[in-house]
Each structure stands twice: as structure tokens, then as C-alpha cells.
Write a protein that binds this ligand. Structure first.
Ligand code: FE2
Ligand code: FE2
Length: 174
């Protein structure tokens, strides 16, 4: 008789481990965005703060999407330890540059996961992950646009005030 315990789970151990790593990444994303939102809030960038608070919630939803998938497949979703979050930033611009760097890392992680699922022929998880592939395209577009606003508007004079308002409009259009 095959290992009945393992048949209760449709995921291989390696796939389950990688999915849990992605849970960790989404949890870190949510915490990062929340810290960024809080700093912007303290600096008077209220629209940027609203944008980032909203984004922190989106990342939490991504975490839960993975969480439920792992457990529905018979695995065990693990909540990540989240430490070493950056709470203060050198400048308004740095917040959004770091967000872009982070989103690119998340995309690479998703692609690594998709690549693994294809290689081990786990087409169910491969299919599930297509939502994340599409989502990352949108997230990178949004993060790049946010950084572009600093270049297009400039930070001199009332620049940061104008960028803050533009970030509010960007959130509403997303
Ligand atoms: Fe995410
Ligand atoms: Fe994201």
C-alpha cells in the first residue's frame, strides 16, 4: 500500500515548501507596505499612505489565497515569522523605489514556483499560479508608474505635495 498519508495531499513536499515560502513573501510584502504606509502617514503624505494601506491589505489577500490553496490540497500552510521590517525611509521617493524592487523580487519568486510546478508536472498548482503571474504584471506596472511620478513631476517646491495627490489618483485608477 502506498503511503496513505502522502496521498491525502496532492502536493509534493517540495511544492508545499515552495508554496509556503511564497506565503512568507506575501506576508513580508503586507508588512512592508504597512510600514511604508505608516511612515508616509507620519510625514503628511496622506494619499500615499492610503495607497500603501490599501496595498498592504491586497498582499494579505494574496497570502490567504495561497494559505487556502495549500490546506485545500491537503498540505499545511504555515504563517511566516516576519522580522526586520524597515520602518523609516530616507525620502518619500525611496518608499516607492523599494516597493518596485520588492515587486520585481516577488515576480521572480512566482516565476520560480511556476517553473518548478511545470517541471514536476503539477498542473493544478501551475494553473492556480497563473492568477499570481497576471497579478504581478499589474503590480509591476503600478510600482513603475509610482516611481515615474517622481521623475515626471520632480520633488522641488510643491513637487512632493503634487506627487502625493497623483499617487491618490493612481490608487483610484488601479
Ligand atoms: Fe502579492
Ligand atoms: Fe505585490
Amino acid at each position: 500500500m502506498e503511503n496513505i498519508d502522502r496521498l491525502k495531499c496532492s502536493l509534493s513536499l517540495a511544492t508545499e515548501r515552495l508554496l509556503n515560502q511564497q506565503v512568507g513573501m506575501e506576508g513580508r510584502s503586507s508588512a512592508h507596505y504597512l510600514a511604508m504606509a505608516s511612515w508616509c502617514d507620519t510625514q503628511g503624505y496622506k494619499h500615499a499612505a492610503a495607497f500603501l494601506y490599501h496595498h498592504a491589505e491586497e498582499e494579505r489577500k494574496h497570502l490567504l489565497k495561497l494559505f487556502h490553496y495549500i490546506n485545500d490540497a491537503g498540505g499545511h500552510a504555515i504563517h511566516p515569522e516576519i522580522t526586520e521590517i524597515q520602518h523609516t525611509f530616507k525620502a518619500f521617493r525611496q518608499v516607492f523605489e523599494l516597493a518596485l524592487v520588492h515587486e520585481v523580487k516577488v515576480t521572480q519568486s512566482i516565476h520560480h514556483l511556476v517553473d518548478h510546478c511545470f517541471a514536476v508536472k503539477d498542473f493544478s498548482t501551475f494553473n492556480f499560479l497563473q492568477w499570481f503571474v497576471a497579478e504581478q504584471i499589474e503590480e509591476e506596472i503600478l510600482a513603475r508608474r509610482a516611481v515615474e511620478l517622481f521623475d515626471v513631476i520632480g520633488e522641488e517646491g510643491i513637487g512632493c505635495y503634487t506627487i502625493d495627490k497623483a499617487l491618490g489618483a493612481l490608487k483610484d485608477s488601479a
